[in-house]
Design a protein around this ligand. Structure first.
Ligand code: DX5
Ligand code: ZN
Length: 237
């Protein structure tokens, strides 16, 4: 993989919501590339997280791209409100969506980047027909719904297979991983081919603080190659 383009996407699910703005600013100043926002409805996953007002507030405090990981049963209902709130990217799940192609193209019609997410037990073959239409693939490295879960090492061969698929049919498509990413697992997923790493608790729950945690993750990544600057080819919010 191109180790020169690994990006970090801090997941605010693990942030201290009483200090959310401050922590997101710290992440941006420390060199985060995008902010990952986990939207959960208590139905698609057994947890409830946040909605439109949080995205509006985030938009006021950062210029980083806001990527929304939609873990909700009816993503199409919420694409426009989240777009108006200031989101830049939508990550939608293959699971439970009978009309994924329609959802993907609704996001594109709104002028936003779109990615498809797959759960640990979902085979990579489901991506084959939709891959030409997306900007990102998100391989879940835990079962979605909660932060601070242990990384599932069985997903590593799967990341390699998605990397090969992207190289063959959609060069330039981001390969993102989400769940259990820390200084120990980041090198494994980068070696497997991931170029965007979501990290929640290893950044926002780090005893040394947000900035130091990001620097440590970056150091782990750059030990394998040098990082590219963020915003490559992205529209400014
Ligand atoms: C889980 C979420 C993740 C979560 C990752 O459903 O999609 O983004 O915040 O948290 P950590 O990095 O703590 O595993
Ligand atoms: Zn997520």
């Amino acid at each position: 993989m191109d180790k020169h383009a690994v990006k970090l996407a801090p997941s605010i699910l693990a942030a201290d919501f009483a200090r959310l703005g401050e922590q997101v600013v710290a992440a941006e100043q420390a060199g985060a590339d995008r902010i990952h926002v986990d939207i959960m409805d208590g139905h698609f996953v057994p947890n409830i997280s946040m909605g439109v007002p949080i995205v509006q507030s985030l938009r006021r405090v950062t210029r980083l791209p806001l990527e929304l990981h939609l873990m909700i049963s009816d993503p199409d209902f919420f694409l426009e409100p989240f777009t108006e709130a200031g989101s830049d990217v939508f990550l939608v799940h293959w699971e439970g969506n009978n009309h994924l192609h329609r959802t993907v193209h609704r996001v594109k019609a709104l002028g936003k980047r779109v990615g498809v997410a797959i759960n640990p037990a979902t085979p990579v073959g489901v991506l084959e027909e939709i891959l030409p239409d997306v900007d990102q693939v998100l391989v879940m490295t835990v079962n979605p719904g909660f932060g601070h879960q242990p990384f599932l090492h069985t997903t590593l061969p799967k990341i390699r297979r998605v990397h090969q698929m992207i190289a063959q049919s959609k060069p330039g498509c981001d390969l993102e991983v989400d769940g259990g990413i820390d200084a120990a697992t980041a090198p494994l997923v980068v070696t497997a081919g991931a170029n965007v790493l979501v990290a929640g608790s290893s950044i926002f729950n780090a005893s040394e603080g947000v900035a130091a945690a990001i620097k440590q993750l970056q150091a782990t990544i750059t030990a394998q190659g040098s990082r590219a600057p963020y915003w490559r080819g992205w529209p400014q919010p």
